[in-house]
Design a protein around this ligand. Structure first.
Ligand code: UD1
Length: 432
């Protein structure tokens, strides 16, 4: 049975919240973990659906996966017996493509069902395939599967035509056991690229320059066991920052790397919220209506596309007219219609949203169109007058660990109830 969230809005969030490990790092790291035949220990793993699907997928081809607890896993790739991944759940997660790079790097062959993920644009993988081919592999797409094969992988100079997180990580994976030296130019610089590179290096890979636009990889013959802890999730943290500001609350967000959140912090300060930085925490507070601004999503260190819906939602309540330009994915404003049902005044023209701030939103029955937009709608529900319900929360659960519990611990009135369970909804309304 599907669940939905029911939210009673209007309560300022207050208190402390601890951020989980970064989903997008963890996906690359789990794929990388199967590249050694020794046992790898991964800690600070977020307990979210995308991660569990990827763990199932590697188990499906024979890898040994032992859950020590909900945030710690042991992975051993020596038992892998298949290089073809074609189970249904994998099709739904974007990061299944990392298994291409990992299996190709280790076994020189991989067949993986063409990845899905959030429907936020066309999401081609041509740059991934271009990278594999540059290393000497064949790479074709047939019958819904990506097939790649090489006699030998040989290092090469690769210039990415577009800055792509996925292609950068995938090429790093394939190249770290190739013969000789690979250089990736115009590489993406996101913190999760650095995290995956650090993880591979802790397994004995030789990757330099991750976090800059030129990554140099000297191939090694084998990778070995390691113990590794994943960095905090900057998008989860950013979402809580927006939730604190939108509800005019006062929240300390723990287990973060403030540097990773700079693009969001700077914008929040610009529109009038208070952001205090500590070593591994941030405090966000606001006691008034925020102002307007202009934002354009860009590759890191620019404003992240994964924070665009949450920020647009905040600006929908801010004073004056704001403009948000989405330059990474062409179809990432679908949630705007949902916000309109709450009274927001947003006009989308192509990849630009023009937002006339309104003084308040009102509760409505909403559907989450994708992961980050779903989170933005939850925040809208926390601000809106009266009750909001949100369906399709399976999208939100792909990437936010215990979202409702964490919000409840900050004083929010939110509950997960079975879809259309009128009794549960009535009970929630009576008690909140
Ligand atoms: C990753 C993140 C996603 C985030 C995005 C941008 C994961 C699992 N997902 O997605 O949450 O929103 O980075 O920060 O980590 N492109 C091509 N050809 C390619 C690859 C990409 O044209 O071969 C284009 C895309 O259409 C897009 C842009 O490059 O316009 C950036 O995409 P990319 O960075 O690859 O995003 P993902 O890795 O899919």
């Amino acid at each position: 049975m599907e669940n939905q969230y029911i939210i009673k809005g209007g309560i300022p969030l207050e208190g402390e919240v601890t951020i989980s490990g970064m989903k997008n790092s963890a996906l690359g790291i789990i794929a990388a973990a199967i590249m050694t035949d020794e046992t790898v220990t991964i800690d600070n793993l977020p307990n979210v659906r995308d991660i569990n699907v990827l763990l199932d997928a590697i188990q499906g081809i024979g890898a040994t996966v032992i859950r020590v607890d909900e945030h710690k896993v042991l992975i051993n790739g020596s038992t892998i017996s298949d290089i073809a991944i074609n189970h249904d759940a994998v099709r739904r997660i974007r990061a299944s493509y990392y298994l291409l790079g990992a299996l190709l790097g280790k076994y020189k062959e991989a067949k993986v069902v063409l990845p899905g993920g959030c429907a936020i644009g066309s999401r081609p993988i041509d740059q991934h395939l271009k990278g594999f081919r540059a290393l000497g592999a064949s790479a074709t797409v047939e019958y819904g599967m990506v097939n790649t094969y090489a006699n030998d992988l040989i290092g090469n100079h690769i210039y990415l035509d577009v800055v792509s997180v996925g292609a950068t990580i995938n090429i790093m994976l394939a190249a770290c056991m190739a013969k000789g030296r690979t250089v990736i130019e115009n590489a993406a610089k996101e913190p999760h690229i650095v995290d995956v590179a650090n993880f591979l290096n802790s397994m004995g890979a030789n990757i330099r320059g991750a976090g800059t636009d030129k990554i140099r990889i000297n191939g090694v013959e084998r990778l070995h066991a390691t113990e590794y802890s994943i960095v905090p999730d900057m998008i989860e943290a950013g979402t809580f920052m927006i939730a604190a500001a939108a509800t005019k609350g006062d929240v300390i967000i723990k287990n973060v790397i403030p540097k990773h959140l700079e693009a969001t912090s700077v914008k929040l300060i610009e529109i009038g919220a208070a952001v205090d930085e500590y070593d591994d925490a941030l405090r966000i507070s606001s006691n008034r209506r925020l102002g307007h601004t202009q934002i354009k999503t860009l590759p890191y260190p620019g404003f992240p596309t994964d924070m665009q819906p949450q920020m647009t939602m905040l600006l929908a309540l801010s004073e004056g007219t704001s403009m948000v330009t989405e330059s990474i994915f062409e179809n990432r404003f679908k949630y705007v219609d949902e916000l309109a049902r709450m009274g927001a005044n947003i006009k989308v023209e192509g990849n630009i949203a023009i937002i006339d701030g309104v003084a308040g939103l009102t509760g409505a029955a909403l559907t989450a169109p994708d992961l980050r937009a779903g989170a933005a709608l939850v925040v809208a529900g926390l601000v809106a007058r009266e009750y909001t319900t949100i369906d399709s929360i399976k999208y939100i659960e792909r990437g936010y660990e215990c979202f409702d519990e964490k919000l409840t611990s900050l004083g929010a009135k939110i509950e997960k109830v079975p879809m259309d369970d009128e009794k549960a909804i009535q009970k929630f309304k009576m008690t909140s």
